[in-house]
Design a protein. Structure first.
Length: 88
């Protein structure tokens, strides 16, 4: 097992290719960019996982289809976003 990090661009829905056997560990910010850290089995086949970045007060009609992963802040808390994964 290894730990990888993946960038989370703030654009609503994001698809990331990662090993099938992976576990999301945390959501954090480095120099005003959001990332997820993931425990992976690098020998596992790849899959595409879909994430959603939602800002405070934004419409989120399909929330019932997602699992909450974490919250992060940018610009000293001026912007707050929540990270969800579709059908984990």
């Amino acid at each position: 097992m290894k730990i990888y990090k993946y960038n989370l661009p703030i654009q609503g829905e994001i698809q990331i290719t990662m090993p099938l056997e992976s576990e999301i560990l945390t959501v954090q910010v480095i120099q005003e960019e959001a990332f997820i850290w993931v425990l992976v089995n690098p020998d596992s086949l790849d899959t595409i996982r879909t994430f959603r970045i939602v800002g405070i007060g934004h419409e989120f009609a399909d929330a019932h289809q997602c699992k909450y992963l974490g919250t992060f802040q940018l610009r000293g808390g001026e912007f707050i976003f929540h990270v969800f994964e579709f059908n984990p």
